[in-house]
Design a protein around this ligand. Structure first.
Ligand code: AMP
Length: 280
């Protein structure tokens, strides 16, 4: 992770980084070549470095955050970093709001700069390992990540498109505690031999009910645009990792109660979780 933060730090050391276009990559690649061999850490001697892929609304944040607690590694969601930046009064805030509210992707330069700052902050607190959620979202981002560190596993979460839309439209966040909920009650008939999918709503506790907000980009036209962009820009990232042989495809069978145990099983973590719960 140190290699990653160092690389990204070099990329973000100037505020001009946001506007320099491809020269960012030239500088990054040069630094990389001189560091990568020395800085790679033996996968057996460090915490996991995982990536969660999947369409908007699939539940990357939910499962990545549960696994981060279980494995004791940070859950880093680039969407959260973008939202923090756009709600600040920083120089990028207006530009980001415009891009995000159209359902478009932020430039690779900006996202790498935000991620580098987050990694640097974590490194100074002694964090190690990570579960990335929402990054990489373009093949270029995947290539840069691949140049700076080893990714042990990429989990590709999948749900049918009509379920994804319903889930995004039902998503609510408590403006006070920041927890995520979902008011949608989903019952979708499986097509082409696929099983039916039911998901109970994940309702907020009474103290959060009056504080619920909806993400500005969770309206139907924007969700559909985000799905279109996922298919165009992010699906090739699945192929990138499929070719590398570290992609785990996971079709979610339903809501959290059905999916969580099955995901743990697919990750060979079911026994680990039982041991952790027993010692807690
Ligand atoms: P998310 O919460 O993951 O749906 O992300 C919200 C928004 O942040 C996305 O629609 C993009 O505009 C932006 N974003 C998050 N991660 C990335 C990324 N890796 N590359 C480009 N844009 C991103």
């Amino acid at each position: 992770m140190a290699a990653m933060a160092r690389l990204f730090r070099s990329s973000s050391s100037s505020s001009a980084v946001f506007f320099v276009g491809r020269s960012l990559y030239t500088a990054a690649a040069t630094e990389l070549k001189s560091q990568s061999c020395l800085s790679r850490i033996d996968p057996k001697g460090r915490n996991v470095q995982w990536v969660f892929l999947g369409c908007p609304g699939v539940g990357k944040g939910t499962y990545a955050s549960r696994l981060s607690v279980l494995l004791g590694v940070p859950h880093i969601a680039t969407g959260d970093l973008v939202r923090e930046e756009l709600s600040s009064s920083g120089p990028l805030s207006k530009q980001l709001a415009y891009i995000v509210n159209q359902g478009k992707l932020v430039s690779d330069e900006i996202i790498i700069s935000l991620l580098s700052k987050r990694l640097e902050a974590g490194e100074s607190k002694g964090e190690s390992g990570f579960i990335l959620d929402g990054f990489p979202r373009t093949v270029r981002q995947a290539e840069i990540l691949d140049e700076v560190t080893d990714i042990d596993l990429v989990v590709n979460l999948k749900l049918p498109e009509n379920v994804l839309v319903e889930k995004c439209l039902g998503r609510r966040i408590c403006s006070q505690c920041g927890k995520n909920f979902n008011v949608a009650s989903i019952n979708v008939k499986g097509e082409n031999g696929n099983p039916d999918i039911s998901m109970a709503p994940l309702l907020p506790p009474p103290q959060c009910v009056s504080k619920l907000i909806t993400r500005a980009d969770d309206t139907e036209p924007i969700v559909r645009e985000r799905l279109r962009i996922y298919n165009e820009k992010s699906q090739p990232v699945e192929d990138f990792y499929r070719n590398k042989g570290n992609l785990l495809e996971f079709d979610l069978p339903g809501g959290i109660p059905e999916s969580w145990p099955k995901l743990l099983e697919a990750l060979n973590l079911d026994e680990y979780e039982e041991k952790q719960s027993a010692t807690a």
